[in-house]
Design a binder for this molecule. Structure first.
Ligand code: URA
Length: 427
C-alpha cells in the first residue's frame, strides 16, 4: 500500500468520501511534523467542516491526535481522578469553585485549562488576576499540588496533543472552528491524553456558546461522550444554558470575586446550582456516590481547599483583587421585567473592555469586565443601574456600549418564565 499524500486526502474529503484510518494517521502525524503545510491542513479542515466525518473517522482522528504527544498518568495517586470540561461561555467561572469543592469531597482534580480567545473567557486568565498565582507548573509541581490540596488548575504542557495545539490555532484563523467532529476531537484528545479516570462535559447552548441550537449541542455532547467511553474514560455530559451570562460577572478579576463568594456559601443562584450539579456528576463518575458537595460548600471545607490550591501555585488568597481605574453605568431603559440579557453581547462588550484578547499573544486586563445588577426575569425600574462596565482604558467604552445596542438588552411587561440552567444530561 502506498503512503497517502496531502492532496489525495484533501480531494477525498472534498468529494465527500470517508477518510481511511491510514489517511488519518498519516495526515495528523505529517502535519505535526510540518510535512503537511498549513494551507493544506486549512483546506482539509474546511472540507471536514463542510462534509463532516462519520463516527469511525472521528474516533481515529481523535486517537491520532492523542498519539501525537504524551499521555499523563495519575494511577500512582491513591484517590480517583475526575475532571470537568466546559465548551466555553460568558461568565463561566465554574471551574474555580468546582475544582476545590470536588477535591474537598475526596477526589483528585487534574484540571488542565486554557486561555480565552474571542468573546469567551479562559480559566487561566481569570486565575492570573490573583496576585502571584502561576499557571505554568512542571509535571513534578503538578503532582505535588495533587498530593496536597488535591486540585490543580494549570496550563497544559507543550507535549500534550501537539497536533491539536497546531490545528486549533489554524482553525481559529480559517473559519473552521465550528465543526462538530473537529471540536469533539479537539476537546477529547486533550482530555483523554490528560489521563483523567472520569470526565464531565458542560456543553453550552445559546448565543454565548459555540453551539447556538439545542440539536447541535446534543450532537456535540453525544459525540464526545462516545469518544470518552470508547477510550475507557467514564464520561457524562450536561447541556446547559448559555443564552444569558452565568452569574452576575464577566471578566477575570470580577469572576474570581464571584467564585470566592460561592465558596463562602453565597453567590448567584445559577452559579451555585451549576457548580453543585457538576460536582455531583464528577463525584458519581469517580465512584464517590456518598459525597455531599452542598455540605462542603456550607462548612468551609471547599474554601479551605481553594486557599491551599491558590497558595500552592504561588498565589495569595488574601490579597485584594485588582480594581479597574474607570467604570461606566448602563441603566434600564424602562420599567418592567428584564426579558433578555444576551450572553454573546455581554461577552463581546467585556472583551472590548479589555477582559479578552484578539490575538493569542495579547495581554488581558485583570480588572476589566462587566458586573450585572439584574438577570432575565428580574423587575427593573427605568434609570436604575443594570450593568457596570469596568476598564483601565476608558477609550474602550464606546465600542463596548455598541456591543450592547440593538436587541441585547430588552425590558418587557411579561416575565420570560423560569429559566433552567441544566437543560439535559447524556451518559
Ligand atoms: N475548545 C477546544 O479545545 N477545541 C475546540 O475545537 C473548541 C473549543
Amino acid at each position: 500500500m502506498h503512503t497517502p499524500d496531502a492532496i489525495s486526502v484533501i480531494r477525498a474529503k472534498r468529494d465527500g468520501q470517508a477518510l481511511t484510518p491510514e489517511q488519518i494517521d498519516w495526515v495528523i502525524d505529517a502535519y505535526t511534523r510540518g510535512e503537511v503545510a498549513d494551507e493544506q491542513m486549512s483546506a482539509l479542515a474546511m472540507a471536514i467542516l463542510l462534509n463532516g466525518m462519520d463516527r469511525a473517522e472521528i474516533a481515529r482522528w481523535t486517537a491520532a491526535m492523542i498519539a501525537s504527544g504524551e499521555r499523563m498518568d495519575f494511577s500512582c495517586l491513591p484517590l480517583p481522578t475526575t475532571d470537568k470540561h466546559s465548551t466555553g461561555g460568558v461568565g463561566d467561572k465554574i471551574t474555580l469553585p468546582l475544582a476545590p469543592l470536588v477535591a474537598a469531597c475526596g477526589a483528585v482534580v487534574p484540571q488542565l485549562s486554557g486561555r480565552g480567545l474571542g468573546h469567551t473567557g479562559g480559566t487561566l486568565d481569570k486565575l492570573e488576576a490573583v496576585p502571584g498565582w502561576r499557571a505554568r507548573l512542571s509535571g513534578e509541581e503538578m503532582m505535588d499540588v495533587l498530593r496536597g490540596p488535591g486540585a490543580v488548575i494549570c496550563a497544559a504542557g507543550e507535549g500534550l496533543a501537539p497536533a491539536d495545539r497546531k490545528l486549533y490555532a489554524l482553525r481559529d484563523v480559517t473559519g473552521t472552528v465550528e465543526s462538530i467532529p473537529l471540536i469533539a476531537s479537539s476537546i477529547m484528545s486533550k482530555k483523554i491524553a490528560e489521563g483523567t479516570g472520569a470526565l464531565v462535559l458542560d456543553v453550552k447552548v445559546g448565543s454565548g456558546a459555540f453551539m447556538k441550537t439545542y440539536e447541535d449541542a446534543r450532537e456535540l455532547a453525544a459525540t464526545m461522550v462516545g469518544l470518552g467511553t470508547d477510550h475507557g474514560v467514564r464520561t457524562v455530559a450536561l447541556l446547559t444554558d448559555m443564552s444569558t451570562p452565568l452569574g452576575l460577572t464577566a471578566g477575570n478579576g470580577l469572576e474570581v470575586r464571584e467564585s470566592v463568594e460561592v465558596l463562602a456559601g453565597g453567590g448567584p443562584a445559577d452559579v451555585v446550582e451549576l457548580t453543585l450539579a457538576l460536582a455531583r456528576e464528577m463525584l458519581d463518575a469517580a465512584g464517590l456516590t456518598d459525597a455531599d458537595p452542598a455540605r462542603a460548600l456550607a462548612d468551609g471545607s471547599a474554601m479551605d481547599r481553594w486557599r491551599r490550591m491558590i497558595a500552592a501555585q504561588g498565589g495569595d488568597p488574601d490579597a485584594p483583587l485588582p480594581v479597574a481605574r474607570e467604570t461606566h453605568t448602563v441603566t434600564a431603559p424602562a420599567d418592567g421585567v428584564l426579558t433578555t440579557l444576551d450572553a454573546y453581547a455581554v461577552g463581546l462588550a467585556a472583551w472590548r473592555l479589555g477582559a479578552g484578547r484578539a490575538r493569542k499573544e495579547d495581554p488581558v486586563q485583570a480588572a476589566a469586565g462587566i458586573e450585572m445588577h439584574a438577570k432575565p426575569g428580574d423587575r427593573v425600574s427605568a434609570g436604575a443601574p443594570l450593568l457596570t462596565l469596568h476598564t483601565d482604558t476608558p477609550e474602550r467604552f464606546p465600542a463596548a456600549l455598541a456591543a450592547l445596542e440593538g436587541d441585547a438588552i430588552q425590558v418587557g411587561q411579561e416575565s420570560p418564565g423560569p429559566r433552567r440552567t441544566v437543560l439535559d444530561r447524556l451518559a
